[in-house]
Each structure stands twice: as C-alpha cells, then as structure tokens.
Design a protein around this ligand. Structure first.
Ligand code: ADP
Length: 458
C-alpha cells in the first residue's frame, strides 16, 4: 500500500524538483532577456575606458603589456590581438587560443565585438565558460595600426565569499524546506492513522476508543465529530444490550409457565389426539424460545465490557467425558461412532462458560451428523496452548455459508429443519475470545466439519 505519508513526500519531492527546474529556466530567461545585455554593455564600457587610456598614453607597443598586466590584476581576463593575429593573454588565460572569425573583425575591420556563445546557447551557464567567445572586444589604434582588446571580468575571482554564502543560504533553505515538508507530512498523516485505528475499533464493536486529537483545524473537527459519533454509538449499544437483557429475562418466567401448562394439557388429553399434538408443539416452541432467551441473556452479559470470566483450574478431560455421557442417549439414538482421545489436561478457565462451549460444539456435531456418522474429540496441550478438536463426518457446511456461521442468528440452509437458534457458535466465539483463545472451523459440504478451539495457558 502507498501510505499517505509516502505519497505526500513523493509529491513534495516532485514539486521541489519542478521548482528547481522552473527556477533555473526562469532565471535563464531573465538573464538572457535583461541581464546579459547589461553585462555586455558594462564590459564594453570598461574595455573602451581601458583602450582610451591606452591611446591617451601615446606609448609604444612595449608599454601596453605592463599596463594591461596591471589592469588584469584588478580582476579581468584580457587578450590583446595585434594586427598580425598574434594573441597575448593577461590574467587567467582562456581555454581557446584562437579568435573566431567574428572576433577577428575587431582587428581587421575595427568593429566592436559582443561575444557569441550567449546568442547561440539557450542556457546562461555557457556564457560563463572560460572562453574567448564570452568576451567583448574593442579596437584601438597604436603606432598607426589597429589592435583589438578582448576583456571580461575574471569570474574565478568573482566566485568569492559572497557566492559561498549564497550557496550556504540556498542549501539551508532547501534543507529547512525538506525538513518542514517531512514534519508537515507527519502532522497531517498521524491523526489520519489514529482515525483509521479508531474506526477499526468501531468495526470490532469497541465503542470505548475515543480520539485524543486537539487541533484547531478540519482534522480537529473530524476528530470531534468522530468522538460525538462514538458517544452516540456507545449509548445506542448500551440501550440495545439493556433492552435484550430485560426482554430475555422477562421472557423466562412466562415461557416456563406456558410450557408447564402445555404439559398439563397434554397429559390430560388422549395420546395421539390432534390437541395433544398441538400441546406438544407448544411445549417444544416454548422450550426453543426459552433457550433463545437464555442464549440472548448470556450473549448480552458476555458483551458487557466489564464482564470477567470466573477462572478456576480443573480437569478439562473430565469435563468433556461428562458432557459426552450426558449426550449418550442422543448418540445411541443416531448410532454415532464417538471416539475420544483425551490427554489429561488441567485448564484454568471459566468452567461454566467452557461447559457451554463444548456443549454447543458437541450438540452441533451430533445434530448435523447423519445416522451412523462418526465424531472424534481430541484434547492436546503444549507449553503455551490447550487445544480441543471436535470433528464430525456429518453434513458439513458449504463454502458460501462458512464465513458467516459465527454471526449471530446465522443458520445455513440445510440446518433449518433442525432445532436451533443460530446463536450457538456466536456464543462459543465470544466465550473463547474472553479467554484470549481462537475458534477455527473447517468444513466440507457432505463430508464433515472440524472445529478447533485453542486457549492459551494462564
Ligand atoms: P444452530 O443453533 O443453528 O446450531 P450455531 O450457531 O450453533 O446455530 O451454528 C450455526 C450454523 O452453523 C448452523 O445452523 C449450521 O448450519 C452450521 N453448523 C454448525 N456446526 C456445524 C456442524 N458441526 N456441521 C454442520 N454444520 C454446522
């Protein structure tokens, strides 16, 4: 995944690069449009002043060199071209040793020379190259002959302290900018990361996680709206759970009464009569409702964040053996082949809750097995974990249903003719989670189901 932080950094880097390129191009355009001609004019003015001083000196050829030598020392690169085309350098020599045709016209035709590179090349840097073509040239008369003086300021002397300072200034700006961008990216993406974590908590039905983001901007407003939303969700969740607890609690006693009266009615009626059958159905349905109410009550108490399992240490294998013997008649009724491989395991857990777990899993294995299918129960422990496997060769679960069977009230279609509420596995899942354990279910339709509960040792 490309994180927001990385995207922000990459985009900022691209903009930084773009601004450097644009900056160079704009400076270049500005230089070529305005500064370059000014520099040429200044250089020409200085060259003219030097040659006019030379002419006023009325000296001979031998007096020119010392004079130009001292001018060069003031920070210039100079070249003197004599009528024969010989060149004499003063100051730092140029890379090229010959005059271009255009430059030669200073001597041959007495013209002024304004340099060439700058006109041909778009990039100003070429104008600063140490070449004769980057000089200006003016003619002057000496002893009746025309000479040419080519000049430009010595740029190597110019790149002095001020340039180092300027470079340090630019590098500091670049560094501060980059550091600022990194800091800004963190400031923007950190609260978004917190918000993402918080929404994940909501997705996991945890409404206690509020956002501690104090900011006076849109992100601060978003965090505040999120906290208000969480508050409302928490209130709704509490109201829903209280409602379920009350309803399931209040349903219990009328259901017990209904079942009791239905039993009475049934016993007073001739067996096999329609009315006796109806009374029997009332008993079954009230039993189912009573189970549902109990399961809802258990689930809503498991949902309470304050709910604590009552931990005790007991023999897990004995608990499972007792449960199997409890179901003996149903096992025999379906002629199921039940095999046990129970290591002696002491577990520290809530015994009553785990009773519910094994009860739900074993009753499912029996309920969803066909006659003469087999069920295998196995316990196993290592240093850290206790594992219970309940495996059956029953009707199995389709791959479409499998992801949903732990959801509350979910029942796979083939199971609908069996008694059930669709809450059993949801309860198992909650109880196992309360013990920091895991519940995994593998199943193949028509072949069977394997349920594995893993509970870490305390
Ligand atoms: P129910 O009360 O319907 O058994 P559960 O929550 O215990 O509710 O199970 C949910 C659904 O998962 C069941 O309706 C059934 O379709 C499927 N199921 C659970 N255990 C098994 C199993 N051992 N074999 C086949 N299907 C199963």
């Amino acid at each position: 995944m490309r994180t927001l932080y990385r995207q922000f950094l990459q985009t900022s880097m691209w903009f930084f690069l773009l601004s450097v390129i644009l900056g160079i191009m704009l400076t270049n355009i500005y230089y070529l449009s305005f500064t370059k001609q000014q520099t040429i004019d200044q250089n020409l003015q200085q060259a003219n002043e030097i040659v006019s001083t030379l002419e006023q000196m009325h000296g001979d050829r031998t007096s020119v060199s010392p004079f130009l030598d001292s001018v060069a020392k003031l920070g210039y690169q100079l070249v003197l071209a004599d009528p024969e085309g010989n060149l004499e350098s003063f100051g730092k020599p140029f890379q090229d040793v010959q005059l271009s045709d255009e430059a030669s016209r200073v001597v041959t035709e007495g013209r002024t020379y304004e340099g060439e590179d700058g006109n041909l090349s778009f990039f100003m840097t070429s104008h600063f190259a140490n070449r004769l073509t980057n000089t200006v040239g003016v003619p002057f008369e000496l002893e009746g002959e025309t000479y040419g003086l080519f000049l430009r300021p010595d740029l190597s002397l110019l790149s002095s302290d001020i340039h180092t300072l300027l470079l340090a200034f630019l590098l500091s700006i670049a560094f501060v900018n980059l550091a600022g961008m990194l800091w800004m990216a963190k400031q923007l993406t950190k609260p978004i990361g917190l918000l993402q974590q918080a929404t994940q908590e909501v997705a996991n039905d945890n409404y206690s996680h509020t956002l501690a983001i104090q900011r006076n901007d849109e992100i601060g407003e978003l965090a505040e709206s999120y906290n208000q939303m969480i508050e409302r969700l928490r209130e709704n969740d509490t109201a829903r759970k209280t409602f379920i607890t009350n309803v399931s609690h209040d349903l219990q006693s009328p259901l017990v009464n209904i079942r009791g009266y239905a039993e009475l009615i049934e016993s007073a009626l001739p067996a096999e009569s329609d009315s006796a059958l109806h009374a029997k159905i009332i008993q079954q349905e009230s039993t189912r409702l009573s189970v549902l109410a109990k399961q809802l009550l258990l689930l809503s108490s498991l949902d309470q964040p304050t709910y604590q399992p009552k931990l005790e240490t007991y023999a897990l294998d004995a608990q499972i053996k007792q449960l199997v013997s409890h179901y003996r008649w149903r096992i025999e009724d379906k002629e199921l082949d039940v095999s046990l491989k129970l290591d002696p395991v002491m577990i520290t857990a809530d015994q009553e809750l785990l009773d519910t777990v094994w009860d739900n899993l074993l009753s499912n294995a029996i309920k969803y097995s066909r006659n003469e299918d087999s069920i295998h129960i196995e316990t196993y422990q290592d240093d850290n974990v206790i594992q219970v496997v309940i495996e059956d060769s029953g009707i199995g679960i389709s791959t479409e249903d499998l992801p949903f069977i732990k959801d509350r009230f979910y029942r796979a279609d083939p199971s609908r003719h069996e008694e059930g509420t669709g809450l059993g596995l949801a309860i198992v899942h909650e109880i196992v989670a309360r013990h920091q354990g895991t519940l995994s279910i593998d199943s193949t339709l028509h072949e069977g189901t394997r349920v594995v509960v893993r509970i870490p040792k305390l």
